[in-house]
Design a protein around this ligand. Sequence first.
Ligand SMILES: [Cu+2]
Length: 153
Amino acid sequence: MLASMARTIIVVALVLTACAEEATPPPQAESPTPEATFAPTEGSPSPTPPEGVECVDATATGRPEVTIRLVDNEFVPACLTVLGGQGLKLTNRGSALHNFSAEGTDVAIDIPPGETVRTEAIAGAVPSGAHVFFCEYHRSQGMEGLITVSEAG
Ligand SMILES: [Cu+2]
């Protein structure tokens, strides 16, 4: 009898606690200092690189492919402009499995550590314009970049 009463009281107490928690509005989530991100900012038509990120113009190299190195956990370079006719040479110099995905496209390529993956001409998979690219495993750690596929071939 006593034990069961005690149990009832505990249950009531738990319910009360639950109610109290629900009634209390969650503390206003303090908006954290926005991290550098490549996502389009409001009012900006296309994604832009964060301040301080240098963009590499690979269109003038005349090479059929452009190298992007993947390290733990960033792309080097993290911002580049390529010709539609250039392919990508994705080299994983890190110790983790990384991935190259381009937002708004079907491009999603895994590159195991120490390996290199070469793509066809990028125009076949990524339309001209600026596109955010990212590693789907480490995007939350800021592993993303911006690739601009030039209109000119
Ligand atoms: Cu990664």
